[in-house]
Design a protein around this ligand. Structure first.
Ligand code: CTP
Length: 407
């Protein structure tokens, strides 16, 4: 989604300015056209050439260049920008922005542009928490700016506190969300489940599975980037939790069922990418099971009695809470893929079932790629190539979006 998008990046004179270089690099790799605008102080921390080398584009530092062309540069940059992100933003520039000052190129561009303005403050903790800085940030926020909160950690001053520049991934997620205002899922509410459930045995042990959450997270992020309002219901997952959506953490299948049934009210689509345990321990112990305890059998073995969990998708299909809800299921199979997939599509009354053979290399748990076939309710079957999970996610929403328009 960043391909060909014009992003203006303002960099201020903070020690974190060098970290903005990584943001430029990642944006450029994703295909964005990044116009870097340095404040005078920023150019003392990092040389313009660093940014120019990474963005493959001119870098702007001075409003008052002596050529006629430059006189209108702030207008051109401001109008072309699809998002203006100021990262790192210093207390001084935040104050200048809050008061509408226009004493350098960056503040001029900020006044010209009608694109979303994102501000990532990074400074010493006391400067950040000072009422003046906070009041300026609230002023900007009230005008529609998106404030990306700094993180807590080691600061350049040697202290530990709030004011650290966020990770590049966090900044990228904010930019993607700001750009998502024109996507094909704008105005849609979608629910995505991800990760595996954990069925308790006792307070310290559980029955779980290998789900990493990667596929579900890719689906949730793609929907967010297309403009949807996303509720992500996540069980146990090893991948980092995405940002820019409502995240509900659950443990067991029963908890996931309750969360899903609640979240689908008023939703347009549900994609169940979670690996839900089919069985749970009938009577989890309320204390840690010890060797030699009464739970043990006479021969020293331990028996867990497992009972079936409710089928969440089946319950959703029967629920009156979300009429017209598009329902997408997943099936990870080791054998008889086509027969199992078709069976599940009908049994769970789905619009689409995304099936993969987890025994194939490059597919399944913990890997970044997936090779899936999409089974449609009307009988069509589409086999997709081995793709990154992000592209599988895009392919799924490509098929859900037209269905949404029919309901
Ligand atoms: N699913 C669900 N509720 C369950 C189990 C699974 O909603 N209790 C969902 C999964 O999230 C997935 C789809 O149903 O989208 C298929 O899951 P899978 O475990 O493959 O299906 P099962 O019906 O449990 O079949 P199997 O006998 O192969 O385990």
């Amino acid at each position: 989604m960043l391909e060909g998008r014009r992003i203006a990046l303002g960099v201020c004179g903070s020690v974190a300015a060098y970290k903005a270089a990584d943001l430029v690099s990642k944006l450029q790799q994703a295909g964005a056209l990044v116009d870097v605008i340095l404040t005078e102080r920023a150019a003392e921390f990092v040389r313009p050439l660093t940014f120019a080398s990474l963005s493959h584009r001119p870098v702007y530092a001075d409003l008052w260049e002596p050529t006629g062309e430059a006189a209108a540069r702030h207008i051109e940059l401001g109008q072309a920008a699809e998002a203006l992100i100021i990262a790192p933003a210093t207390a001084n520039t935040i104050a200048r922005l809050a008061h509408g000052m226009a004493d350098d190129l960056l503040t001029n561009v900020a006044l010209v542009t009608s694109a979303p303005l994102l501000i990532a403050p990074a400074m010493e903790g006391h400067m950040y928490t000072h009422p003046a800085t906070q009041a300026n940030l609230r002023t900007l926020e009230a005008r529609g700016a998106i404030i990306i909160p700094p993180e807590v950690g080691h600061l350049a001053s040697g202290e530990v506190g709030v004011g650290r520049f966020p990770e590049t991934a966090t900044l990228l997620a904010h930019i993607r969300r700001a750009l998502a205002r024109t996507g094909d899922l704008v105005g849609r509410r979608v629910v995505v489940t991800a990760g595996g459930t954990r069925e308790p045995i006792d307070p310290v042990r559980y029955v779980g599975n290998h789900s990493s959450g990667l596929m579900g997270f890719a689906l949730a992020e793609e929907a967010r980037d297309r403009g949807a309002e996303v509720t992500l219901i996540v069980g146990a997952a090893s991948a980092p939790i995405p940002f820019g959506m409502t995240v509900i953490h659950v443990g067991s299948a029963l908890e996931m069922r309750d969360a899903v049934l609640k979240a689908i009210a008023g939703a347009d689509a549900l994609v169940m990418a979670a690996a839900v345990a089919d069985y749970r321990v009938e009577h989890p112990a309320d204390h840690k099971i010890k060797k030699g305890s009464r739970e043990e059998n006479a021969d020293g073995t331990l028996t867990l009695h497992l009972i079936p969990n409710p089928d969440i998708l089946k319950e959703v299909a029967a629920s009156p809470a979300a009429p017209g809800l598009i329902r997408v299921g997943f099936a990870a199979e080791t054998h008889d893929l086509a027969a199992n997939a078709t069976g599940k599509l009908h049994k769970k009354k789905l619009d689409m079932l995304v099936a993969n053979d987890v025994t194939k290399s490059g597919s399944g748990f913990g890997v970044e790629t997936n090779e899936v076939a999409i089974y449609h309710a009307d009988g069509r079957i589409e086999q997709l190539a081995l793709l990154p999970k992000t592209e599988v996610a895009a392919a799924i929403w490509d098929r859900v979006a037209p269905l949404l328009r029919t309901r």
